[in-house]
Design a protein around this ligand. Structure first.
Ligand SMILES: NC(=O)c1ccc[n+]([C@@H]2O[C@H](COP(=O)([O-])OP(=O)(O)OC[C@H]3O[C@@H](n4cnc5c(N)ncnc54)[C@H](OP(=O)(O)O)[C@@H]3O)[C@@H](O)[C@H]2O)c1
Length: 293
């Protein structure tokens, strides 16, 4: 069993830390809002006061924070995790952030004698709880080989993608479809409903049809009943689309459906649904279709 740390115990990170504890690993946890770490103390989580303390306490430190700014804030400075690293330690950054930042951070981590891989995930809280998460890994191949059994304790599908930063590029490329599919689904449900078909029937037919991807099967029903707490909120989804649009500009790849979906997520935030699950894009579209709320 490995000596692990987990930095960032939000929707995803908290569940992953719990999963690692349930597999018998010793896990130290850090979260900016300490109460989320304390909630896992009953499962055996030891609590660190700073990211530096977390990294110093473990051979392998996982990181899963919201975005590039959050990653910088837990990595840098006297209390940041880089300050807690030394030769032989490993960082596994699972956050979806800018590929350039991920590469830069990996190079700074190597400067301490430690190593880092980017290991973002595709899936949701449900996929994670069901043990069906897909993990992509970028970095040194030998480091990946050492980490693979640990990553398999989180999700069964672990794929080596290539050098540092490429796994986050892969993840961003994948997440385009999550948002675009949700918008197309919203369009279809509204079209059916305006034709006189009950919304519930439309959702049932569409999620069980050829277009019913694993994502639509769990998120499609959100247009009938939104979850109390967002599984992945509108702001976070838009963060991923913006990363994709930046990559598209840099690499000369037109992303027409990403651009359109991004605009609809702006509209969703504009009607006050930034913190709702991004399935709320349905509500923005429904309003544009004349539905009163
Ligand atoms: N939810 C999903 O379905 C899903 C799926 C795949 C990938 N992801 C990716 O997983 C990552 C985390 O997502 P999540 O759903 O777990 O989000 P979340 O529940 O909002 O958790 C975000 C985490 O980041 C921390 N954080 C945010 N800003 C920070 C800052 N400035 N300094 C330090 N810590 C900060 C939060 O700390 P506090 O608790 O103090 O706010 C929390 O631990 C994101 O990169 C997301 O794109 C999410």
């Amino acid at each position: 069993m490995a000596n692990l740390s987990y930095i960032g115990l939000g929707m995803m990170g908290g569940r992953m830390a719990a999963r690692l504890l349930s597999k018998g690993h010793a896990v130290t946890g850090y979260n900016r809002t300490r109460s989320k770490a304390e909630a896992l103390a009953g499962d055996g989580l030891r609590i660190a006061g700073t990211p530096r303390e977390a990294a110093a306490a473990a051979d392998v430190t996982f990181v899963m924070v919201a975005n590039s700014e959050a990653l910088k804030s837990v990595a840098d400075g006297g209390d940041g995790f880089i300050a807690g690293l030394s030769a032989g330690k490993m960082i596994v950054d699972m956050s979806t952030v800018s590929p350039a930042l991920s590469r830069e951070l990996a190079s700074r981590v190597r400067g301490t004698g430690a190593d880092m891989v980017d290991a973002p995930v595709s899936g949701s809280v449900l996929t994670l709880e069901q043990g069906k998460l897909s993990i992509m890994v970028g970095g040194d191949r030998a480091t990946f080989d050492r980490l693979k059994p640990l990553l398999e304790d989180i999700g069964p599908k672990v794929t080596y993608v290539g050098a540092n930063g490429l796994a986050v590029s892969m993840k961003i490329a994948t997440n385009i479809s999550v948002a675009v599919q949700m918008l197309a689904f919203a369009e279809g449900v509204l079209l059916a409903e305006k034709s006189g078909i009950p919304r519930q029937t439309a959702v049932e037919v569409m999620t069980h049809s050829a277009i019913g991807s694993p994502m639509l099967q769990y998120r499609g029903p959100f247009v009938l009943q939104m979850p109390g707490e967002a599984w992945f909120n509108t702001t976070m989804m838009q963060k991923d689309l913006r990363l994709a649009l930046e990559m598209g500009r840099e690499l000369g790849v037109p992303l027409p459906t990403t651009s359109t979906t991004n605009e609809w997520l702006t509209a969703t935030r504009a009607i006050g649904l930034a913190d709702d699950d991004f399935a709320a894009v349905f509500q923005a579209l429904a309003r544009a279709a004349g539905e009163q709320r």
